[in-house]
Design a protein around this ligand. Structure first.
Ligand SMILES: [Zn+2]
Length: 152
């Protein structure tokens, strides 16, 4: 998807986090890593949407656990947009291009981000997230074009 489409789909970082959580926990089901309680509803911490809350043992944990977004200090939308760019660029994208597109200051950060995304793409855990981004992209580009002029 283009940058414009992306910002329409993810106007805030919260939208990006919710998207990852929804993809990671289908049917809103998640297990507390501390006490093992099974939740069927997502409880975000009010002060930080990156954290989920367990109403059984009252502990909190990262909503982005076991993903490449878990320990990032960057806006999660930068990561999603980077993934989107890597997916849609047929010829591949360089770390330099990524740095420019995301407006990052350091080439090294862009390079590391790219390595992490590529590594994660090869693994199974984040498959759902990547597939979901591909789906969004296809909804913009893959649909059959409307036949104009037929309906007079
Ligand atoms: Zn718990």
């Amino acid at each position: 998807m283009t940058y414009f489409e992306f910002t329409k789909r993810f106007p805030t970082q919260e939208d990006a986090i919710n998207f990852i959580v929804d993809t990671k926990y289908p049917n809103n089901q998640y297990v507390c890593p501390k006490c093992g309680a099974v939740h069927t509803k997502i409880y975000h911490q009010k002060y930080d949407t990156r954290k989920l809350y367990c109403n059984n043992c009252k502990s909190e944990f990262s909503a982005l656990k076991d993903t490449i977004f878990e320990n990032t200090h960057l806006d999660v939308r930068m990561w999603l947009y980077a993934i989107n760019l890597i997916i849609i660029s047929r010829k591949g994208i360089s770390a330099l291009q990524l740095k420019r597109e995301l407006g990052m200051k350091a080439y090294n950060s862009a390079w590391r981000m790219m390595q992490q995304i590529r590594k994660a793409m090869a693994k199974e855990e984040m498959k759902e997230v990547f597939e979901a981004i591909v789906e969004i992209d296809e909804s913009y580009t893959g649909g059959k074009p409307r036949k104009e002029g037929i309906a007079n």
